[in-house]
Design a protein around this ligand. Structure first.
Ligand code: GDP
Length: 296
């Protein structure tokens, strides 16, 4: 799907590349193609509108029409606006707090929370030399707790056990206490997701948030969710003071559109992207690179 977006934009822009001159009317034509491409890639409508309006304004404002290479100038404007809407620069994790810095993972079931918790733990341990503790508050799925335990073992990071009869806040507080006493720098709290947005799930994670005061509340979202990613992002953004987003499964057939619209809906930085099932499949998000990838 990302490829489709790329193809579409490339196709639309090609018509410009062939133009000796560019007029306001053929800018309109290309903008229409850009609009369709973004909609097809499941970018949310308000984002598409803002994008197209901004590109039009800037293309006209930046004397694209009088440029010697208007097609290239136009592509430059599209690239700039895409980059800007996705946040301009990479924003890293904020761990500037009294240790242990708590990271709360939020998102729907299947989004990649547990895998990403493991990836982050590995990254923090190896790249940032942090002592990390992992805990799961998913009391509904013992398999999820076990999954995190297995991940912890494979990366040799400490794991705090939890059990189905405990309350999520109780688990998180006990883990926090353990982390304090064992001088962990970072505590990563994995949470229960559901297959769809659910009031009980939201209340539970809100309570968890209020209990453990995380310095990072990361919304993990599957880039393949398309338009649904927008609704999920909106719901989590309204329920929690998110500090960042991790967009997973960008190694697959993911729609590039999710990056644009999730950012727009939450107004929070995308901090990392998931690019594989393996625990090495985590990369810092670079808006500029994503813009290039979308444009092809
Ligand atoms: P959770 O329910 O949110 O904790 O999701 P999981 O971490 O269990 O992940 C759900 C599925 O997505 C698993 O099969 C993961 O291996 C897979 N997954 C997670 N992140 C990625 C990613 O970045 N790329 C790919 N291809 N698969 C991923």
């Amino acid at each position: 799907m990302l490829d489709q977006l790329t193809e579409r934009l490339t196709g639309a822009l090609k018509t410009l590349r062939g133009q000796a001159r560019l007029s306001e009317s053929n800018i309109q034509d290309v903008l229409r193609e850009v609009r369709i491409a973004l909609l097809e890639a499941d970018v949310a409508l308000p984002v598409v509108k803002e994008f197209v309006d901004t590109v039009r304004r800037e293309a006209l404002g930046q004397a694209v029409l009088s440029s010697l290479t208007p097609g290239q100038a136009f592509i430059g404007v599209v690239h700039q606006v895409l980059t800007r809407l996705m946040g301009e620069q990479n924003e890293g994790l904020n761990l500037a707090t009294q240790p242990p810095a708590v990271i709360l993972m939020a998102g729907l079931q299947g989004a990649g929370k547990t895998t990403t918790a493991g990836k982050l733990a590995k990254w923090l341990k190896e790249q940032q030399k942090k002592k990390v503790l992992l805990v799961s508050c998913d009391i509904y799925r013992p398999a999820a707790i076990e999954q995190l335990q297995i991940l912890s073992q494979s990366i040799e990071v400490d794991f705090f056990p939890s059990f189905a009869h405990q309350a999520p806040e109780e688990i998180a507080l006990a883990a926090l206490d353990h982390a304090r006493h064992h001088y962990h720098d970072v505590l990563i709290v994995d949470t229960a997701g559901r297959l769809a947005i659910d009031e009980a799930m939201m209340q539970e994670i809100q309570r968890l948030h209020q209990t453990i005061h995380p310095v990072e509340t990361l919304f993990v979202v599957d880039a393949m969710q398309g338009q649904d990613a927008v609704n999920t992002a909106r719901a989590f953004g309204e329920a929690l003071p998110l500090t960042g987003i991790i967009l997973t499964k960008l190694d697959g057939d993911a729609r590039g559109g999710a990056a644009l619209s999730v950012r727009h809906v939450t107004q929070r930085p995308i901090k990392f992207i998931g690019v594989g099932e393996k625990l090495t499949g985590l990369e810092a998000f670079h808006p500029e690179r994503m813009a290039s990838r979308i444009l092809g």
